[in-house]
Design a protein around this ligand. Structure first.
Ligand SMILES: [Zn+2]
Ligand SMILES: [Zn+2]
Length: 246
């Protein structure tokens, strides 16, 4: 049994069978009428009667299916992601795919749970997640969006939106090189790539620390660059810029 049966799917199955039985019934009645017309001396009458009985049987089945369709319960579940009402036959027993937005609707105790939005740190697209989300992959760029599951476990009740954070941070950051170690040559190479500057410009920069390397980048990007430069013994820091992108 699927976790959520769509009402129209169920109706379609009933209707298909009902129409098939109705068609058989009509065939039986037509056949018996035909036999009756050419009954000759009456020896075919019992056969015609038998065909009628079978036809009535099929008609009964067709009517039964029509009643089933009428009885098909309607249980509407509003998708929290697109506000579309999914018509099911009963409360869903688990997550199901919304027939409008094709996203997974998180279900708990038969009803959808709250979803929160998070902005992808790579492409800026809004993505949705819920308490149940363990891995979040951006719908547009397929990068993984980190969500703070640890914090969500510690949080109480349904205040998930506040406990999951990370890339919902709308601030833009300034990325600053504070100090560097002995691997200067390596660092110069990396910075040349990162900043598209020539070797002399980078060397010059390293003599004037601290220096702002980049401005207007996301926290996520700043964290990644920090980790990258740390491998080359460079100390960096980032701070939010006063202007927000919002
Ligand atoms: Zn939807
Ligand atoms: Zn993305």
């Amino acid at each position: 049994m699927p976790r959520a049966q769509r009402r129209w799917d169920v109706i379609e199955i009933h209707a298909e069978r009902g129409l098939t039985y109705a068609f058989f019934a009509i065939c039986c009645f037509a056949l018996s009428a035909f036999i009756f017309k050419f009954r000759g001396e009456g020896s075919l009458i019992p056969f015609a009667t038998l065909v009628i009985v079978i036809g009535v049987g099929f008609l009964g089945w067709a009517i039964y299916k029509a009643i089933e369709i009428k009885k098909t319960m309607r249980h509407g579940v509003i998708c929290p992601l697109c506000d579309f009402e999914n018509e099911l036959i009963s409360a869903p027993t688990g997550d199901f795919v919304c027939s409008n937005c094709q996203r997974m609707v998180p279900i708990e105790n038969g009803t959808p749970i709250d979803v929160a939005q998070v902005k992808c740190g790579y492409c800026g697209e809004l993505n949705y997640f819920s308490e149940k989300t363990e891995f979040l992959i951006c719908e547009v760029c397929n990068h993984q969006i980190p969500i703070d599951t640890e914090a969500s476990r510690k949080s109480t009740g349904k205040k998930v939106a506040q406990s999951f954070i990370v890339t919902s941070d709308d601030n833009v950051y300034e990325f600053i090189l504070v100090a560097h170690g002995h691997k200067t040559e390596e660092l110069i190479d990396v910075l040349q790539h990162m900043l598209a500057l020539n070797r002399n410009q980078v060397k010059q920069m390293l003599n004037e620390l601290p220096v702002t390397l980049l401005t207007g980048i996301t926290r996520r990007k700043a964290e990644m660059l920090q980790a990258q430069l740390a491998m080359h013994e460079a100390a960096t820091e980032f701070r939010p810029m006063t202007q927000s992108r919002a």
